[in-house]
Design a protein around this ligand. Structure first.
Ligand code: IMP
Ligand code: MG
Length: 204
C-alpha cells in the first residue's frame, strides 16, 4: 500500500488530537488503517511460514506496537526474541550503529522473521541481516511496517512491507524522535520545527 500519492494524506490532515498539534503536523496513517494492513500482513506471513515454528526477532524499541499487533494475528507456533540496535546519530539522521542487546534464542536451522519499524537508509538491516545469517537460520525473512525508499543508501529490500511512505520524519505507533512520541496510536509527521531545534537535554 503506497501513501506517497494517496488521498489519505489530505483526509488525515485534521486528525491530530489537540494535545499533539504543536508537535505533530498531521496523521499519516490512522489506527484503522494500521489495523487493517497489519491483519493482511499477518495472513501473508502465516501462509509463507505455515507448518513451521517461527522465531520472531524484533528490533528494539520502535517495533513494540507493530509487533504486538502483528503477533496477535499470527496463527503460527512462534518464539520471540529481541535485538537492541541503536544508531546514535543526532536528531533525525542515523549515525553509528551500536548493538545494545544481543539475541538469546538459538536460531540455527530455524525459520526467522526479522521485524523492524521502518526501513530508511537501510543501514540497520544491512548490518543486522549478516549477523543473523551467520547464525545459520533455515530461512530468514524481513518485515517492516514502513518503507521510506527515497532515503535508501544500502541495496536492501524487505520481504513484507506495511506501507510505502514519502520522505517525512515520522513518529508514533512505536517510532520515536529522541525517545519521544512512541505512545501515539497513529503514525504522524513530526513538525520540522521540533527536529530543527537543538536536541532536547536528557529527561530527568
Ligand atoms: P535505517 O538504518 O536508516 O534504515 O533506519 C532504521 C532505523 O532508523 C529505524 O529502525 C528507526 O529506528 C530509525 N528511523 C528511520 N527513519 C525514521 C523516522 O522517520 N522516524 C523515526 N525513526 C526513524
Ligand atoms: Mg529508532
Amino acid at each position: 500500500m503506497s501513501l506517497v500519492h494517496s488521498k489519505i494524506n489530505k483526509a488525515n490532515a485534521n486528525k491530530v488530537p489537540p494535545r499533539w498539534r504543536g508537535e505533530v503536523e498531521r496523521v499519516l496513517i490512522t489506527q484503522p488503517q494500521l489495523a487493517r494492513r497489519i491483519k493482511l500482513m499477518a495472513r501473508e506471513i502465516e501462509q509463507d511460514f505455515a507448518g513451521r515454528e517461527t522465531v520472531v526477532v524484533a528490533l528494539l524499541s520502535g517495533t513494540i506496537m507493530f509487533l504486538a499487533d502483528l503477533m496477535r494475528h499470527l496463527n503460527l507456533p512462534l518464539r520471540l526474541d529481541f535485538m537492541g540496535v541503536s544508531s546514535y546519530g543526532a536528531g533525525t539522521e542515523s549515525g553509528e550503529l551500536v548493538i545494545t542487546k544481543e539475541l538469546r534464542l538459538d536460531v540455527r536451522g530455524r525459520d526467522v522473521l526479522l521485524v523492524d519499524d521502518i526501513l530508511d537508509t537501510g543501514k540497520t538491516l544491512s548490518r543486522v541481516l549478516p549477523m543473523l545469517r551467520a547464525l545459520k537460520p533455515r530461512r530468514l525473512k524481513t518485515c517492516v511496517l514502513l518503507n521510506k525508499a527515497a532515503r535508501r543508501v544500502e541495496k536492501i529490500k524487505a520481504d513484507y512491507v506495511g506501507f510505502e511512505i514519502p520522505d517525512y520524519f515520522v513518529i508514533g505507533y512505536g517510532l520515536d524522535f529522541a525517545e519521544r512520541y512512541r505512545q501515539l496510536p497513529f503514525v504522524g509527521v513530526l513538525h520540522p520545527h521540533i527536529y530543527q531545534e537543538p536536541p532536547p537535554k536528557k529527561l530527568k
